[in-house]
Structures are given as structure tokens and as C-alpha cells.
Design a protein around this ligand. Structure first.
Ligand SMILES: [Zn+2]
Length: 190
């Protein structure tokens, strides 16, 4: 048994990672082209046909896009969206949105327990961004992977959610000029 993680793409031009056990494989975000995601999954020995689910952190184009939806539709992958993020995504992509499974609370995907918390990343077009933790038992011992992206700050709740992770994944960058010129709320810019 094992709990595995791999970043397939990271950065402003596209984000996608995958987490997997012997029983499940879960994509985190789908902001790249369908072809790229397929190729990268095959490279690490995962046939996209066997993806169990996808989770989406927020509705920005580098985390979910039209080509990503084509990929998810082609392989019939259930896509777990927080209700607010699903709404944001419908506004942007309308009938491109497919296989949506709305959630509010923590949930399980086979042997992976998925919990979520709020990241500080909003603008005029998106109302919510989530970080996730993924927990699973390997050979009788519990392991946890923490994942957070795009957050403008780290608060107590984020620290509490991530503090006992065995693996912590942080996707971040900082450009003072870009930030100043963005439409993000002053609180996050600060
Ligand atoms: Zn974003």
C-alpha cells in the first residue's frame, strides 16, 4: 500500500497535480490542455481511464479551463466542487461544466479522506479558493498530504489545517507590480 503525490504542472500557465493510492487516483485542478494532462499521467504510469475523481481549488483559468473540462468529460471523471466554486465556474464556463459533484463538508474518495479549508484568494470574479488535505492509512499508519495554492496570506486556520501534514505542497509566487495592478481586495494585497 502507498500514498503518492506528483505535480504535473505548476505556475500561471497551468496547474495540475495528482494524488494516488492502490485504490484511487485524484487530480487536483485541471488547468492544462487535455493532451498535456494525459501525457503526464501516462509518464508516471497512471492511465487516465482509472482516475477516480478530480477536486478543484478555485475557478481561475490556470486551475480549471475549457480543455481541462474536455479531458474530464472524455474520461468521465467526477469533479468535486465546493458549492461556491461550482457557481463561479458555471459563470465562466457555462455548459462546459461536466460531472460536477457539489460538496460543503469533508468527504471520502475510496481510501482517501479529503478535508478543505479557505485560502485567502478572491477577486471580482471568484468568490472562494480552497486548500485541501488528503489523508490515508498506509500499512496501519495514517499519512496526510497538505495542499495550498495562491493564498495571499497564512492565517491560524490554515496553519491548524496543515500543521500535521507529512507532505506539504505550496504553490506560490510573488510579483509586487503584478499584485498592485490586480483586482484583488486590498486586504489580500496587504
Ligand atoms: Zn488564482
Amino acid at each position: 500500500m502507498s500514498l503518492n503525490f506528483c505535480v504535473l504542472a505548476s505556475g500561471s500557465s497551468g496547474n495540475c497535480s495528482v494524488i494516488w493510492t492502490d485504490k484511487a487516483a485524484v487530480l487536483i485542478d485541471c488547468g492544462c490542455s487535455a493532451r498535456y494532462i494525459s501525457e503526464k499521467l501516462f509518464e508516471i504510469g497512471i492511465n487516465p481511464q482509472y482516475l477516480t475523481a478530480a477536486v478543484i481549488t478555485h475557478a481561475h483559468i490556470d486551475h480549471i479551463n475549457a480543455s481541462g473540462f474536455n479531458f474530464l468529460r472524455e474520461y468521465n471523471v467526477p469533479v468535486y466542487f465546493h458549492e461556491n466554486i461550482l457557481e463561479d465556474t458555471y459563470v465562466k464556463y457555462g455548459d462546459k461544466v461536466c460531472n460536477a459533484v457539489p460538496f460543503n463538508n469533508s468527504f471520502n474518495i475510496e481510501d482517501i479522506e479529503v478535508n478543505h479549508f479557505d485560502a485567502h484568494h478572491k477577486d471580482g470574479k471568484i468568490s472562494k479558493t480552497l486548500g485541501f488535505t488528503f489523508s490515508s492509512t498506509v500499512n496501519g499508519r495514517g499519512y496526510k498530504i497538505g495542499y495550498i495554492t495562491d493564498t495571499g496570506k497564512i492565517c491560524k486556520n490554515i496553519v491548524n489545517s496543515l500543521s500535521d501534514s507529512n507532505i506539504l505542497v505550496i504553490e506560490s509566487n510573488y510579483d509586487k507590480k503584478m499584485l498592485a495592478g490586480s483586482s484583488r481586495p486590498y486586504e489580500n494585497k496587504k
